[in-house]
Design a protein around this ligand. Sequence first.
Ligand code: CU
Length: 216
Amino acid sequence: MSPRRLLALFLAGLLALPALRAAEHTLTLADSRGRPVADAVVSLHPLDQPAPPAAQPAPEITIAQRDSEFVPLVTAVRVGTAVRFPNEDKIQHQVYSLSAAKRFEVPLHSGATAPAIALDQPGVVAVGCNIHDWMRSFVVVLDTPWFAISGRDGVARVSAPPGRYRREIWHFRLAAPLVTEITLTDDDAATEAVSLTLRRDRHPARREPGADATYP
Ligand SMILES: [Cu+2]
């Protein structure tokens, strides 16, 4: 095939792609006192057309155990993603979840020997360690490719094709996800400020070895 014909085919292919347009949806998340809220998951669920199929083969992510903490604290993935739990510590951890979206228990393990867990249903998978009750991590499993996690500045930026969406904002300190219907347009450049009412974090705090709560 001649180079010119190849080029013509390539250009025709480009024109045939319908969903190259993307609108950018930017949110600034703050708590009721105006402080930025990090680790919120913003997801856009299309109302007018089905979400495009997920990538094959399904991607794999890792959540490390490092210095007796899970890293990262919050992850967002698409349904079908697999997660591994490499242990970077010298001590062992026993990773588990009791969440309806995925129940599992990884046996005591060291290094990268833990098997991959397939996240095959949408929902929030809360991960803990049976030995260290302060350790926790959240995996938000989504049936859409359009999502983002807010940074330390509280900003989350999602690119998606123009259209109508159900927007969900999840945070582990929200009593329930905040759900709104939105419409994205090509020239949507506005930043929306959203105030979140966060509950008190009642998770067990970490106690350092040798620390004594009676004598601070
Ligand atoms: Cu542990």
